[in-house]
Design a protein around this ligand. Sequence first.
Ligand code: F6R
Length: 240
Amino acid sequence: MKIVIVKNYNELSAAAALMIADVLRCVNNPVLSLATGSTPIGAYAELVNAYRDNKISFKNVLTFNLDEYVGLPATDGNSYRAYMNKHLFDNVDIDKDNTNLPDGTADDLEQECKRYSALLEKHPRHLQLLGLGRNGHIGFNEPGTRFDSVTHVVELTPDTIKANSRLFADGAVPRRAVTMGIKDIMAAKRIVLLASGENKARAVYNTVKGRVSDSCPASVLQTHPDATLIADMEAAHEIV
Ligand code: F6R
């Protein structure tokens, strides 16, 4: 795994945006897989700025998000669809029909997982953006998830529910999500993992220096041919 350590969150965001912008410039019909959460917000803001400065375009871009909560419609401000619209899609020239997230409101979630998996099979990703859970999760693939998993429904761990509850005013955090599997994530040509802040330091250590094991799902990235970790000093302090 390549490791890029930067000073702070602003530098992390700029570095991540540069890697994504490179794909947009070099590939005719780029396919991106995107993450939500606090960490990539700065990178998305950088991409919006680059678009406004006419440096990049999202016209031919196809996107797949990693995950979505079960039960939250797109109109719910806490859904990942709403997040993506707010931080990226509404602010660039992307065709919304080319943006895909699992549908957490589907009546038949098993069927929805199959539909999403089939789409992923059909559209190999040029770049996969990832945040890192404090427990080493990627997407919502919690510790113990098989490395050969594809899109599936997960019960979120108490730690993840607690970490996400800050975003839900009434504390009613969904308990389940639909997530791409680890096999889907690993299928991307290039992977960029972002980690910011002291509370990610242990997970960064386990990801980079730990044994490749499902007890830290992100450790699987050690076996990917083109994975880059971009971490700020706080997140990286246990590996330097
Ligand atoms: C988000 C996702 C999660 C987050 C992770 C880190 O789509 O799949 O794996 O990337 O929980 O979240 P933040 O960035 O909020 O610390």
